[in-house]
Design a protein around this ligand. Structure first.
Ligand SMILES: [Zn+2]
Length: 85
């Protein structure tokens, strides 16, 4: 079991983390990561301040159509690039 997720894991699970949808072990790992990683922590704050429509996009389910997945990926990529600086 991997208790300490990577930055990539954290970013992929941030919206679910915010919504409390993750299992406890996963949530704890992300929480610990966020305490130690300023980049991911900053990203969480960015997500928390997003308007509702953006959150709807982020909530794309696993079975979402390809376009939705693409939008979601592009959005995450955008966030990653923004958080680099
Ligand atoms: Zn991180």
């Amino acid at each position: 079991m991997n208790l300490m997720p990577s930055c990539k894991d954290v970013r992929e699970n941030l919206t679910e983390y915010m919504e409390g949808k993750l299992p406890l072990s996963r949530r704890m790992g992300i929480r610990i990561h966020l305490m130690m990683c300023k980049v991911c922590d900053g990203l969480l704050h960015t997500l928390q301040t997003l308007p509702t429509f953006a959150k709807e996009v982020l909530r794309a389910p696993a079975e979402a159509p390809a376009e939705a997945k693409e939008t979601y990926d592009r959005f995450l990529k955008n966030i990653r690039e923004t958080s680099k600086s």
